[in-house]
Write a protein that binds this ligand. Sequence first.
Ligand SMILES: Cc1cc2nc3c(=O)[nH]c(=O)nc-3n(C[C@H](O)[C@H](O)[C@H](O)COP(=O)(O)OP(=O)(O)OC[C@H]3O[C@@H](n4cnc5c(N)ncnc54)[C@H](O)[C@@H]3O)c2cc1C
Length: 415
Amino acid sequence: MTAGRAAIAIAGGGVVGLSCAFALAARGHEVALFDPTPGRGTSWGNAGGITPGWVSPLANYSTLCAVPSMLRDPLSPLAIRPGYLPALLPWLLRFALSARRAEDMSKALAALTLTSMEDWRDFASEAGVDHLIRAQGLLYVYASRASRDGAEAAHAFRRRRGVTLEEFDAASLRRFAPMLSESYRHAVYAPGAGHFADPGALCDGLAAAFLAKGGRIERTKIVDVAPISDGIALVTETGLFHAKQFVVTLGAHSQTLATKLGARVPLDVERGYHAHLPSPGVELPAQMIDGEGKYAVTSMNTGLRLAGTVEFAGLDAAPDMRRAEMLIGNARALLPGLNANDATYWMGFRPSLPDGLPVLGRSPATPKAIFAFGHAHLGTTLAAITAKIVVALIEDREPGIDLRPYDPLRFRHWF
Ligand SMILES: Cc1cc2nc3c(=O)[nH]c(=O)nc-3n(C[C@H](O)[C@H](O)[C@H](O)COP(=O)(O)OP(=O)(O)OC[C@H]3O[C@@H](n4cnc5c(N)ncnc54)[C@H](O)[C@@H]3O)c2cc1C
């Protein structure tokens, strides 16, 4: 059988892979992207947020203490399917231990997130998807004083990293967002954030821009890889392929290929859900995080998207769409009069390392393979800067950022 060829092959066409593919093609590289369904994975159904202020690490000891209640209540914002606990335990332990390095992790997050709006502005206009960005900021809203106070540690991380935050009292919140229930009396506004008004259209726009620059999309799955003397051999469902350089951007599905390329990374998935309301009867002045139900509420071109929650149950278990449905109940408390007719429901997989940081760097097996996955809650936020880093690595230039915190082998002593 004759093998297909490309200078650069990219595995996975979510927002991360598509951004890398476009950035490389725009700089004149010959690129083939492999994905049976590009732009229809987790990047399609997310909340679309570009969140420079995501600098507060999720890892903390209190999460471990909450495991019993997470096991008992399948509908809590953070839940674990009991049958999945044994498989998850090593990840959970690393997650809890990461809490010792919270300040370092926050700085490592900040190094990627803080410039995300600027990174996206330039990149999106080059790709012709800038019309999808709404630079409206992000509003964290709370009903009770206790909820607001409970979020202070996270906001303190943001302030320490230099994120601009404005505190709203009940009156200023009413002026900014009169559609909210009056039971919501506290808010913190991050004016530097924004969101994409249609994450699916963002993926489609990036794919179209990539093709327009001469890129090629191979609608097939990569099932095996092996480093060879002059590059990487790929086995796909439709045939063999040879690439001089290779980029792994498979999101939640990255572990198998990463292991074959020398890095056994502890990647698990934080399953998240959305309920999408096509005619909500309300338009928000900014993306919001409901500090009570802990989910994002986002006005999009296609309606209102309620998205969030974390469920640990692995890649294969069936979705529990009650988790998506419950988002509507939560949102009714936030937005009285919300029209939830014709709601649609969805589940996706956040690709997550225990320290909440992505894997960015060269494969230990060969410098010809580059890893760019594990973006957890931040794939859309970080796709533009990830593309910049991947282009620099492919061209053997300094990426302009210290990549050590995202090293594929950073967990090697933890097994
Ligand atoms: C409810 C929810 C809300 C979220 N909200 C936000 C947000 O507001 N802002 C933000 O920044 N992030 C958010 N995220 C996180 C974000 O969606 C992810 O980090 C991001 O989608 C990961 O992108 P990706 O390109 O790595 O993976 P994906 O989008 O999952 O893409 C991976 C691709 O790989 C393909 N693939 C799989 N296996 C193979 C194979 N063997 N060969 C070839 N192709 C293959 C799949 O078809 C898929 O297209 C949210 C996530 C969820 C679940």
